[in-house]
Ligand binder design. Structure first.
Ligand SMILES: NC(=O)c1ccc[n+]([C@@H]2O[C@H](COP(=O)([O-])OP(=O)(O)OC[C@H]3O[C@@H](n4cnc5c(N)ncnc54)[C@H](O)[C@@H]3O)[C@@H](O)[C@H]2O)c1
Length: 392
């Protein structure tokens, strides 16, 4: 029976707790750590974990408990220190996205993982969605042909009060805007399908949040050897029409399940009726794929527990988390410096280091409020966010 501690008992911790309590025969949540004890008490009571102990710091928790794994559900700027402390104590770590706000911080975590022998995994729960799994399998099958273009729309909508929470809306505590904190999910999915691009160009803007330092909109072009991907990161899109569409040489497919295929006439224009056989073949392929056993956080936590139980690597690890941060760092560098950035980023590139974004990123607006707690969001909000693969 694996002993679990939850570090940070805010919104996202609920999804970790749902998964751990669902796997009650495999693990037990025995401790909570939170700088606000009432958050931990509320979660403990909500999940009926009456025996679990509550600590104000991770150090006190580690000194008092024997723990196998922690879920880190705290703001991004805390991920490095908390992860390294737990790994150094030999405790396995599942850390919420984004892995850390800088590549130097990601590397410190990976070094602690290597030195300790404990496992670090970065949350990317949207890989555990049936639509995502189907799209990736379709790309891998070759039925679309060579990928020529991908349109990634990380399109969300957040009102002004969103950035009033104390840790959001500053480069220091949130680490960045919607490119880092929302599009991290879609960028992870793109990289899972296509791998690391060769170069990135980008534009950053804040078009509707006059109370936040960070960007609320960015558009990036990721250049592959024979393909381009455009990534729009937004929290200004009404209705949140997020999605991914992959164009291949023979056909296109999208997360929404659309499949389109064209054939050429002798003059190069498209055959009006398209290529129904190809479309049928792709539809049959996806219809044959088995549904995932568990989805979202529950899917990733099932995999993480399995890795610990069997001594294997988790499906998503710190190298995946780092790659996503590398591409996001390149987007920020390209947007701030107004030039194309080649990947992989060299170790001596200042943007890989802590503090460079803080030093060079534009402050679009001053953060104008700092709210400690919002009233609890409606219960459906977290569940909807999970279904839609949303980010915060
Ligand atoms: N995977 C997803 O879809 C998803 C969705 C939402 C949030 N997140 C991520 O989860 C993390 C937390 O986000 P949230 O929305 O739950 O935030 P939140 O503000 O609702 O909760 C954070 C909690 O951490 C506590 N905390 C802060 N610093 C701490 C520290 N040093 N030690 C112990 N406790 C500390 C706070 O008191 C609070 O209870 C962020 O990294 C965010 O990006 C991921």
């Amino acid at each position: 029976m694996l002993k679990v501690a939850i570090i940070g008992s805010g919104s996202i911790s609920a999804l970790h707790l749902e998964a751990y309590t669902r796997f009650a025969e495999r693990c037990e949540v025995v401790a909570f750590v939170d700088i606000s004890a009432h958050h931990a008490e509320a979660r403990r009571d909500e999940f009926g974990l009456t025996e679990a102990r509550i600590y104000p710091t991770v150090e006190e928790m580690l000194a008092a408990e024997t723990i196998d794994l922690v879920s880190i559900c705290t703001p991004p700027s805390t991920h490095e220190a908390l992860s390294v402390t737990c790994l150094n104590a030999g405790v396995n770590v599942l850390c919420e996205k984004p892995m850390a706000p800088s590549l130097a911080a990601c590397d410190a975590i990976l070094r602690a993982e290597q030195a300790s022998g404990a496992i670090f995994a970065s949350v990317a729960q949207n890989r555990y969605r049936d639509d995502v799994a189907q799209l990736r399998a379709t790309v891998e099958s070759g039925l679309l042909g060579d990928v020529s273009r991908v349109v990634v729309d990380s399109s969300w909508w957040r009102g002004l009060p969103y950035y009033d929470l104390w840790w959001r809306g500053t480069w220091e505590k949130e680490g960045g805007g919607c490119t880092l904190n929302h599009a991290v999910h879609h960028i992870d999915l793109l990289l899972w399908m296509l791998g690391r691009p060769e170069a990135v160009t980008a534009v950053l803007a804040n078009v509707a949040h006059e109370n936040a330092e960070v960007e609320d909109l960015s558009v990036a072009v990721l250049q592959y050897q024979r393909a381009l991907a455009t990534v729009t990161s937004s929290v200004v899109d009404h209705g949140e029409p997020a999605g991914i569409t992959v164009q291949g040489r023979h056909a296109s497919a999208s997360l929404a399940g659309e499949v389109v295929a064209d054939l050429s006439l002798p003059n190069g224009f498209r055959v009006p009726e398209g290529d129904p056989e190809r479309v049928e073949q792709i539809r049959a392929f996806t219809a044959d794929l088995p549904p995932l056993k568990y989805t979202g956080h529950t899917g990733q936590i099932d995999d993480f527990l399995t890795a610990l139980e069997t001594g294997t690597r988790p499906a998503i690890d710190g190298h995946d988390g780092r790659l996503t941060i590398e591409v996001i760092t390149a987007i920020y560098e390209a947007g701030i410096e107004r030039r194309a950035v080649d990947l992989p980023l060299a170790a001596e590139n200042p943007f890989t280091q802590d503090g460079t974004l803080l030093e060079r990123a534009p402050r679009f607006y001053a953060k104008s409020a700092s709210v400690q707690d919002f009233a609890e969001a409606p219960a459906t909000q977290t569940a909807d966010a999970e279904k839609a693969g949303a980010a915060r």
